[in-house]
Ligand binder design. Sequence first.
Ligand code: NAD
Length: 501
Amino acid sequence: MNQSRADIPRGTALMTSLRASWIDGRTVDGGGSAMAHRNPANDADLGDTETADVRIVDLAVSSARRCFEHSWGLLSPYDRKKLLLVYANLIDEHAEELTLLEMLEVGRPGTDAAGLNASAGDILRSYALKIDTVNGDMFRSEERRMGVVLRRARGVVGAIVPWNVPVMNVLLRVAPALAAGNTIVVKASELCPRTTLLLARLAMEAGLPDGAFNVVIGEGPVAGARLAEHPDLNLVAFTGSSVTGHAVARAAASTSFKPVLLECGGKSPQVVLDDAFDDERIWPLLFFSAFWNTGQWCVAKTRLLIPRGREQQAIDGLIAAARDWQVGDPADASTRLGPIASRAQLARVQGYYTAASATGELVDLDCPRGITDSSGYYVSPSIVTGLPRGSVLQTEEVFGPLMTVELFDDLDDAIALANDTAFGLSASVWTARSDHGYKLARNIRAGGVSIFSSVDAARSTGPELGTARYFEPQKESGLGVDGGEHGYLAYTTPQSLYFHN
Ligand code: NAD
């Protein structure tokens, strides 16, 4: 499956039907002002959507509450699972439309988006199947007494999501929330409301009751802020930048006690020890880890930490790897890296490029250029060397295709360098020495660390994203367990029952 330029009229037509918030199984007009959208590949007008004001957000929460109390929250686990599996199949069937929308709204390369979206339904399946296997506990069983802990749905979940991988970001919140028996209101990102709206419509088509999955679209400081503070929510699940994460946590705490899950930014290192330099097949993997999705992913490993003296080898290796990564029109099948998703993000990223050439040596990796429109929001994947330690380029999240090359003297220095950041989302370590790999991984403060003993080992393990793994982001990268059984349990609340006979 691959989307091409010929499909764009189909995507544009689909967009016109997705234009305002989706509440109680229907489009709700009225509310806030019009929000303009532009195609990042060519700056073309994608038409407006209608933003939600506070009243519309309140309507969405009321709808989710009604549905929780009278419908979705009363379904048997068996029926819930059945509907979620139908929903997963519908997502598979509509993967092409979802891909088209991602391409148009945020410039995800069609080939790459199609590959990922072909397995988007699996996120739902994975959580739907936990309905059968994740249970409560029995904590006492005696002749006259028995104690059990139920895992109950929390109620209404408010999710606030970013734009970088639109379908995934939404499903990673919606799937555990619905599977655990909650209803949800998603505040879509300003950049990709249509992808989110289509996901909600498919839920209704699958037979989920009206109000189980609502979407409000609009500005973060208006619609997002109202959702975060809403007193009738039972959980806030936020994915986005760390700065906004703090604002969301403050707003959530301001009106009622409700837990907050925060999946925020990162500035992740990949530490390559001397022995890993023997295999030159490492460079495409290091390139991928930093530059996939044009560097716009939370776990992008945009800090390359290498032993002093290996700089030139790293520059040559990355330039060679870049030859396979065409930058260009997302609708071109050979494009592997698309544009930056918005004009505002482009300006931000360009600011870091300027800082990089002022404080270090900026090296353009010279990726091949496919067809690009001069009005598109393109930047050239690059690395920066020779930075003074502690430079903002090493510590701040760029969220674009710019990687720092940083040098260490020994293992302890590598650990200190890797931890010299406010973030703690992920890291990778490349070495065949398991004692060194383990020492680094244990001492790097990050929610997830991959230790690769060889290129062959790295290739055979498949993608890092997956719903089986679970972790908790550290430091400014967030709060709360994400993924797996523990991530599912985060959407439930334990209730103890004591039976005395
Ligand atoms: P962002 O923080 O600007 O926006 C995220 C969401 O928050 C958007 O829907 C936005 O409208 C909303 N928002 C903005 N201000 C708000 C406010 N005052 N109150 C409530 N909501 C508000 O982030 P972004 O630019 O959309 O996404 C990029 C960021 O997301 C990066 O930092 C990236 O690392 C992070 N991210 C993290 C993960 C993860 O799993 N850790 C995954 C994807 C993206």
